[in-house]
Design a protein around this ligand. Structure first.
Ligand code: E4P
Length: 218
């Protein structure tokens, strides 16, 4: 399973990369705004800075909402760097744009996916990644993990090559359960990735080892 970090914060991307677990980065307009980055020139420069920090895929989202705008904006993003994956929202225009990019050999991440019907469409038109937002589904008392499981079953039944990128990941059990049910990728904040390492028995065990060491070496 690939691990992506869901942030535009260069320092956090560096930290995750230093852990040795990082396969890519996902960004979105809200995450870019959180870093205070605005304007086409600054956004592009920031995507390039991310590509300098890591080796893997970097999702860069289009702002345009109509087909023509998504196509021209997406082409500019894709030409910035070979690591860029053009992130396109799940709309009718978005579906058309993803198909256009598929025919051009440009990789895409279909974002804001909340249902199996949307995921089916994304795969049909050749999205490289589909991003179901599991945390936001859980927030409205829907079952995000069930959606990942359903998409896995349908994609496997028809040999769709679109990779399932579980997004809006909120805690370590989301990651563990995504691994169990076969998500291809998870994208999560740094703290959630780091929380995978935590276990109280590890802390207790380590403390005892160090205490015992101190007793014999004093
Ligand atoms: C995915 O690519 C999105 O950037 C992200 O996972 C959304 O997560 P949120 O629901 O925590 O905003």
């Amino acid at each position: 399973m690939k691990f992506f970090i869901d942030t535009a914060d260069l320092d956090q991307i560096r930290q995750a990369n230093e852990l040795g677990v990082l396969d890519g980065v996902t960004t979105n307009p809200s995450l870019m705004a959180k870093q205070g980055i605005s304007g086409e020139k600054n956004l592009h420069a920031h995507y390039l800075s991310i590509c300098e920090v890591i080796q893997g895929d970097v999702s860069a989202e289009v702002i345009a909402t109509n087909y023509e705008g998504m196509c021209s904006e997406g082409e500019i993003l894709a030409n910035l760097h070979s690591q860029i994956v053009v992130k396109i929202p799940m709309t009718i225009d978005g579906i058309r744009a993803i198909h256009h990019f598929y025919e051009q050999g440009i990789r895409t991440n279909c974002t804001l996916v909340f249902s199996l019907s949307q995921a089916l469409l994304a795969a049909k038109v050749g999205a490289t990644y589909v991003s179901p937002f599991i945390g936001r589904l859980d927030d409205i008392s829907s079952d995000g993990l069930q959606l990942i499981q359903d998409i896995r079953m349908v994609y496997d039944s028809y040999d769709f090559e679109t990779e399932i990128l579980a997004a809006s990941v909120r805690h370590s059990m989301h990651i563990v359960n995504c691994a169990k049910i076969g998500a291809d990728v998870i994208t999560a904040p740094l703290e959630v990735i780091k929380s995978l390492a935590h276990h109280p028995l590890t802390d207790i065990g380590l403390k005892k080892f160090l205490d015992d060491y101190q007793k014999t070496s004093s």
